[in-house]
Structure formats: C-alpha cells, structure tokens
Design a protein around this ligand. Structure first.
Ligand SMILES: [Ca+2]
Length: 399
C-alpha cells in the first residue's frame, strides 16, 4: 500500500507571453506599479498566451528530487548571438558591456528567472534541491567542474540567495579554463553520490556547503530515494584536458568504456572522442543510493545556439541526452531557453514528475503515462522507488 499525496499544480507566469491587459491584471497586486509601468514601456502587447505549468509531487524532505545544473562556463559562453533578456524582478538590470548579446547573458537571465519562478510548498518549504556547477578556472591542471552553488532546498529564502549568485556571475571573472564536459560530469556523479571531490575543490570558488568531512554532502543522506537529474547547458563542443584522463576516471568507476561512434558528418571526431556521452550512459545506468530500488542520474541537455561557431556541436549535446535518458533542447534566445528549462521541470516522464520514463506499474504498460493521468496521481513516498525501477510493486490509490 502506498500513500498517495495530493498533487500540487503549480504555475509560473511567462510574463512576456500574456496580452497586456491580462498581464496588468495579473501582476499589479504582485509586483507593484513600478514594474507595471516598466512593462508598459516595453510594449508587451499582442503576444501569444502561454502559461508554464509545473507539476511537482511533494516528496518527503529526504527524497526531494536533486537537480544539478551544469553551465558551460568555457570561453564559448562569450559567443555573441545578439539576444537579450530581462531579469524578472529586476527589469532595470543591465548586463556588462562584455556580457551584452552573448550566450552567457541569456543563460544567466534564464537561470535567474527559472529559480525565481520555481514553486515551493504552500508554507515556503522546498519541492526541489537545486545546485549549480561551473567549469574550473585556470590552471589547466584543474580541468573539471566545481560546485558554485551546493544542492540546496529551493525554499523562498534560499531562492533569493541562489538568484544573487547567478546575478553575480561574470563572463570574464568566472570563465573556465576549458570545456571539461566529461570531467564535470564525473564531478557531478561524485556530488550526487556523496563521493570525494576530484577537482571540485582545486579552485577557490566552490561552495563550502557542498562538502563535509571530505565528501560531497548528499541531500537526504546515503539512503535517500530522491531522483537525480543533471541539466547540462552547453555553448560549444567539449575541449577536455584530457580525454584520456576522463577515460581513466570512467573506467575507475566501473563504467562501460566502449566508445559510442557516430557518422563524422553528424558529430565531428574531436567531439566523439570526448567521453561525455559515455558518462551520461554510465550515470543513467548506475545507482547512487543505498536506499530501496535503484536511483540513477538522468541527464537533460540544452544546446545554446545561434553563433557562427556552433557547427555540429548541438548533435553531441543531443547524444549526451539520448545516452543519459533525458531530453534534448536547442535554444537560441532567452525565451526558448526558459521554455526548455521549465519543460524539463514539467516533464512527467524524463523530468521531475515522480514516474520515470521506464517505469512499469502494476496494471499499466511500460513507459510514459498520459499527463492527464499523472495530474491526480503523483505518489511521492520513498516506497515508490521500487516501482520506478519497473519492479513489481502493489500500488493502490488510483495509479
Ligand atoms: Ca564519446
């Protein structure tokens, strides 16, 4: 018998998507007249209506979904795509001259707006743990990823602190040494499994809240049944220092080191030689918890595009998501990027709904259930973990 909690249906308003009179009515009591006047100046009229809904089961505190966002902070984030974006609650914020029009500028803005809009429980407590990883800075010997913001419950108060960290990111001051795709994924695996940092504490900007007693702090403890997700936001192809180092790390974890091959017209050789797709394959098939059932890591990817230098790199991002059990998106402006991020949070299959895409529940066919079925039936207790693995488990309460 599994207890089925009442689901919460949550909604982020996409402010730019509402007709102006509707927008005015919705936000006046929330945001105040100053913002309304600003939006009036922006002439946000006659645009398509589109609400963004987020469905989140209320997992117990130990089993809140963990979401680690990896942002490609290599020099590729400086690529100009001529796009802009407004911080949702700070519309007068202006990016620096160096950031304006770059991929990094819209990434910063979309992540800020995402965190701002993530729902909490009615009492302000968290539905998700979310953290942020960047690529290590020079020297090249530190090649890898580090936790800029530890996996923390997204409570009302923590949202403010997270937003400030994102807002303070600097395109020059926080630039990574190289595009260490697979070694960042290796570090992310260590974060989500409570391992010993590899290169994550080699620099100076890692969040001390992420580490305790020489190991990464795993939210919910070693037996947490939380689902684990990586959202990898890329700006160009990988550039590892070195691929052989990443291969040795993957081998050391017991991962499958059989290289995945693609036509070179689809993914260029230097990208194929990177181990990021093999790493997402490994994490999709692993178990990072001592808790009941199997808790793997699903990787979603978003290729930020629109630069002349993009080439075939989006195809490699797609391959990473395919191997990682997640979804792939491409985004060339802030609206598309925000949409991709919110869709990942919405997706009841590969995303943060409780049912995994490979779930097999008694009396139901494998795979996705219709969203309409999910809305009323989001189980959230740890006992559901075995069902998520496709193992036979008696379920009652409407599923
Ligand atoms: Ca590869």
């Amino acid at each position: 018998m599994i207890e089925i909690e009442s689901p919460r249906r949550l909604r982020i308003m996409n402010l730019q998507s509402l007709t102006f009179p509707v927008l005015l009515a919705k936000i006046r009591p929330l945001l105040g007249i100053a913002v309304v006047m600003f939006l009036a100046l922006c002439s946000l009229t006659n645009v398509l209506a589109e609400d963004i809904d987020i469905y989140a089961g209320e997992a117990s505190d130990a089993d809140r979904p963990n979401v680690l966002i990896i942002l490609d902070s290599s020099a590729n984030w400086s690529a100009s795509i001529g796009q802009s974006c407004s911080l949702i609650d700070a519309p007068t914020y202006v990016p620096s001259t160096q950031e304006s029009g770059t991929k990094m500028a819209i990434e910063k803005c979309a992540l800020y707006n995402l965190i701002h809009g993530l729902p909490t429980k009615a009492d302000g407590s968290a539905l998700f743990n979310v953290g942020l990883m960047l690529f290590n800075e020079s020297p090249a010997a530190n090649s890898g990823g580090y936790v800029r913001r530890a996996l923390m419950p997204v409570t009302s108060s923590n949202k403010a602190a997270f937003k400030q960290i994102i807002r303070n990111l600097s395109i020059l001051g926080d630039k990574g040494n190289n595009a260490a795709f697979s070694k960042s994924l290796h570090e992310a695996f260590l974060v989500l499994s409570g391992g010993v940092p590899y290169k994550g504490i080699a620099g100076s900007k890692w969040d001390p809240a992420a580490v305790s007693g020489g190991r990464y702090v795993r939210p919910g403890g070693s037996k947490s049944c939380a689902r684990n997700f990586i959202i990898f936001i890329g700006n160009g192809g990988p550039g590892e220092v070195t691929d052989n180092e990443a291969l040795a790390l993957l081998s050391g974890l017991g991962g499958n080191t059989t290289k995945i091959n693609y036509p070179t017209a689809y993914i260029k050789n230097s990208d194929q030689s990177n181990w990021a797709d093999e790493y997402t394959r490994f994490m999709n098939g692993t178990d990072v918890s001592a808790g009941t059932g199997r808790q793997n890591i699903i990787t979603h990817t978003i290729a930020v595009t629109g630069a002349s230098s993009d080439g075939l790199y989006p195809n490699f991002m797609r391959a990473m998501a395919n191997q990682g059990g997640g979804s792939y998106y491409a985004a060339s402006n802030a609206s598309a990027l925000t949409q991709a991020l919110t869709e990942i949070f919405n997706d009841p299959g590969g995303g943060f709904g409780v049912l995994g895409r490979e779930s097999t529940l008694v009396g139901q066919p494998p795979g996705h259930l219709p969203e309409s079925d999910l809305r009323g039936h989001l189980p959230a207790r740890c006992a559901v973990c075995t069902a998520l693995d496709g193992q036979s488990q008696a379920v009652s309460g409407g599923l």
